[in-house]
Design a protein around this ligand. Structure first.
Ligand code: WQD
Length: 344
């Protein structure tokens, strides 16, 4: 039997590109669509170098119905991994309509095409931001979601509802925590497009002399050292979790969680994709300095609006049901992040 074609929307992005490599390694054939809004065509060259062949790539937008239908006719994907979305929390506050249009209308257009073309399997890129400020940590998949702190988080919450309500679609919904690091070859990583919003790219650009100083947003939070806590996960671990989810969608042996109620309801499974360990901002800085021998020039400044104090994953369900767990530690994340910064 030939390889299964898997459509990877946003496949030239940070997580998408790493997932393309892992799909190939697992015997799947990745088909990439990307509009290059948050990536560069050079990523395709890097993937070609790493794969030993040029993966199928279509430049375009998931909002383009005609392009999508043509792609499905040409490549007949058996499943979709949907990464393509805007994901900057701050930007979503400044331009909510762009986020609702791109993230939700894009998803709906994709679902319309999948249904029309008879493709019913999706791995969806969700986020721990759906938990808002959790009442307790670590968060389980059953932890109630709270009002999102940004339009970005709201689009992820709404997308999950849309997917749950489309019972014809079998969905593996992956709630990411904080993706960091890069491929060990440093040929792909988190592209620095503009001033970084996220901690690690800002930190590595500061050490590289591109930024003058890192500001730690808040030192007076109710945590051990006063700085926020997050569950940082290596992007390679995250990419491997997507392959585990795709495998599960094609496994006939495992009983997928059918939604409660109507037995004909679809499959909608949620997994926290984190390491299960939370680190504060200061602990991350210390880990980076220990891992690389480089000094981070930082100052502790005001809190950033919208930040939650602490969130990290309970990973029991993903460990036991998906059979996946993160393998790379914070030191490896910091080393690979710095290796990428030195080479990008
Ligand atoms: C982490 C910590 C900041 C920058 C991200 C994505 C979101 C979602 C979850 C996928 C916070 C602090 C940051 C800086 C700092 N990912 N910080 N100085 O906000 O947890 O959310 O991961 O869906 O899309 O945005 O990540 O890296 O921005 O912040 O002190 O210059 O680092 O306050 O405590 P965040 P982040």
């Amino acid at each position: 039997m030939g390889k299964r074609n898997i459509l990877v929307t946003g496949g030239l992005g940070f997580i998408g590109s790493h997932t393309v490599l892992c799909l190939d390694a697992a015997g799947y054939n990745p088909i990439i669509i990307d509009n290059l809004h948050n990536s560069r065509i050079e990523v395709l060259d890097a993937l070609t170098s790493l794969l030993g062949y040029r993966p199928t790539y279509v430049q375009g937008d998931v909002n383009d119905t005609e392009l999508l239908q043509g792609l499905f006719d040409a490549h007949r994907p058996e499943a979709v991994i949907h990464f393509a979305a805007h994901k900057a929390v701050g930007e979503s506050v400044e331009n909510p309509l762009m986020y609702y249009h791109n993230n939700l209308v894009g998803l709906i257009t994709l679902l319309d095409t999948m249904k029309l073309k008879g493709c019913s399997k999706m791995v969806f890129s969700s986020s721990c931001t759906v938990y808002g400020e959790p009442e307790s940590v670590p968060v389980k998949e059953s932890t109630p979601t709270r009002p999102a702190a940004s339009p970005y988080g709201a689009t992820k919450q709404m997308a999950e509802v849309i997917l749950k309500d489309n019972a014809w679609c079998e969905v593996q919904c992956l709630r990411y925590f904080n993706p960091v690091g890069a491929h060990p070859t440093a040929k792909i990583g988190e592209l620095p497009l503009g001033v970084p919003n996220n901690l690690i790219p800002y930190l590595t650009q500061t050490v590289a002399g591109i930024r003058e100083r890192l500001t730690v947003y808040g030192g007076d939070y109710p945590t051990a050292d006063g700085t926020c806590i997050r569950d940082y996960i290596h992007v390679m671990d995250l990419a491997e979790a997507h392959v585990a989810a795709i495998d599960r969608l094609f496994s006939t042996s495992k009983q997928l969680d059918v939604l409660p109620g109507d037995p004909s309801a679809g499959v909608f499974e949620v997994f926290n994709i984190g390491t299960g360990v939370g680190y504060s901002v200061l602990e991350v800085i210390q880990a980076f300095e220990a891992a690389t021998g480089k000094k981070v020039n930082y100052t502790v400044g005001d809190r950033r609006p919208g930040d939650v104090v602490a969130v990290w994953a309970d990973t029991d369900k993903v460990n036991n049901v998906l059979g996946w767990s993160a393998k790379r530690d914070l030191t490896t994340m910091m080393k690979d992040a710095w290796h990428w910064q030195e080479n990008c």
